[in-house]
Write a protein that binds this ligand. Structure first.
Ligand SMILES: *Cc1c(COP(=O)(O)O)cnc(C)c1O
Length: 386
């Protein structure tokens, strides 16, 4: 552990960041720099061999047939929806409690996002409310239910079994937004294989992050994989120069692939460490706030560690006084975001989502947190609420 002592010699505590990319870099520095140096020497900055190597490594890691690296997690979602033919007249069901990108791509393609409430225990899309929203949409008869985008919020896989039942019943496409959950699994099946298509993000603070924007699309369907790769490369066909589709330019650059290859070597260990840290928080905080708990049927990737409290503001102030960083994901749910209100039913329409947005906050979570720091964070919180 790079941080073995939370206290300096002067008795002052180190500031505790939400995510510590610096410690990770220092522990991998020589390996990362050697890989980057190699790319600089070779000069294949766009779609160099490291990108292919990374796609192969990601496929092996997730045990999935196809991996297509793209420029970011938002593009990944957009390309997956494009390949599924989503457009005007279509309804796409998304949780209201997520990052804005999940709904942004839907609107961008001319389809209508339909906001679904969350399960208050998991913060993920509520399959019962999903069913209600599908039936409502059918009754309204203005948009055709075509797809659902479950989000594995904070790293915890959504309830794919129950979502698949709904999707089959209504012939809908399931696109997993796994931007926060790469590395998670359900009954030993890794994220990447839990839906027809899965997308992730390599944004620096995600579980597997690069040093810029990056993303990836996973699927086991060969034909669909070819179509998505084509769309991400300007719509060029197999010959590489005839544009057979209207595509886009979405590539992961070679330097980022080299960085990700290095980080992938320690990724499994980092996931185990995140799980252990979540356990420390659970033990320290269960009496003081509402903790997420560990899923019984799945392994979360623990991208974000969020808790709920009616004393949120007071707790965050106490932590800030101790230079412990916190954040709120998400203080404004999508149906209340100014640009998206026209697609929602206003305040009060999604009670579990709105409750979470009022009480939730995220604590520091990264694989370089030591026990003493976690104990200190818990102590401040327990002291503040008692
Ligand atoms: C980060 C994130 C995205 C977008 O990923 P980018 O790589 O930043 O485009 C999409 N959905 C969710 C849930 C995210 O957390």
């Amino acid at each position: 552990m790079p941080l073995d002592d939370a206290e300096t010699t002067t008795g002052q505590h180190h500031p505790v960041p939400l995510v510590d990319l610096k410690s990770q870099y220092l522990s991998l520095q020589s390996r990362i720099e050697a890989r980057i140096h190699n790319v600089l020497q070779e000069g294949n900055f766009i779609l160099g061999p490291e990108v292919d190597e990374l796609e192969d490594a990601l496929k092996r890691f997730a045990n999935v047939g196809h991996a297509i690296c793209v420029a970011n997690g938002t593009d990944a979602l957009r390309i997956a929806l494009m390949a599924a033919g989503i457009g005007p007249g279509d309804a796409v069901f998304v949780p209201a409690f997520t990052f804005v990108a999940t709904a942004e791509v839907v609107v961008d393609l001319g389809a209508r996002p339909v906001f679904v409430d969350i399960d208050p225990q998991t913060f993920n899309i509520d399959p019962d409310h999903l069913l209600a929203r599908i039936e409502e949409t059918i009754r309204d008869n203005s948009h055709r239910p075509r797809a659902v985008i479950p989000v594995d919020l904070f790293g915890r896989p959504a309830d794919y079994d129950r979502i698949a039942e709904r999707a089959e019943q209504y012939d809908m496409f399931v696109l997993s937004d796994a931007a926060q959950s790469f590395g998670a699994s359900v009954h030993g099946r890794r994220v990447g294989t839990l839906a027809a298509v899965t997308t992730t993000s390599f944004y620096p603070s995600k579980t597997l992050g690069c040093y810029a924007d990056g993303g990836c699309i996973f699927t086991d369907e060969e034909e669909r994989a070819g179509e998505m790769r084509c769309l991400a490369r300007h719509g060029f066909g197999a010959d590489g120069f005839s544009a057979v589709r209207i595509g886009m330019n979405s590539r992961l650059d070679t330097i980022q692939a080299a960085i990700l290859l290095t980080k992938l070597e320690i990724f499994e260990d980092e996931l185990n460490t995140r799980r252990r840290i979540a356990g420390w928080y659970e033990t320290g905080l269960a009496q003081a706030v509402i903790t997420p708990g560990a899923p019984s049927d799945a392994e979360s990737a623990w991208c974000v560690y969020s808790v709920l409290s009616e004393h949120r503001d007071r707790i965050r102030e106490s932590l800030a006084e101790e230079k412990i960083t916190t954040a709120i994901y998400y203080s404004i749910p999508l149906h209340l975001q100014p640009a998206y209100t026209e697609f929602g039913d206003g305040p009060g329409s999604l009670p579990a989502t709105e409750f979470a947005s009022r009480q939730i906050f995220a604590l520091p979570m990264h694989p370089y947190l030591d026990r003493a720091t976690v104990d200190r964070i818990c102590e401040v919180i327990v002291r503040t609420v008692s």
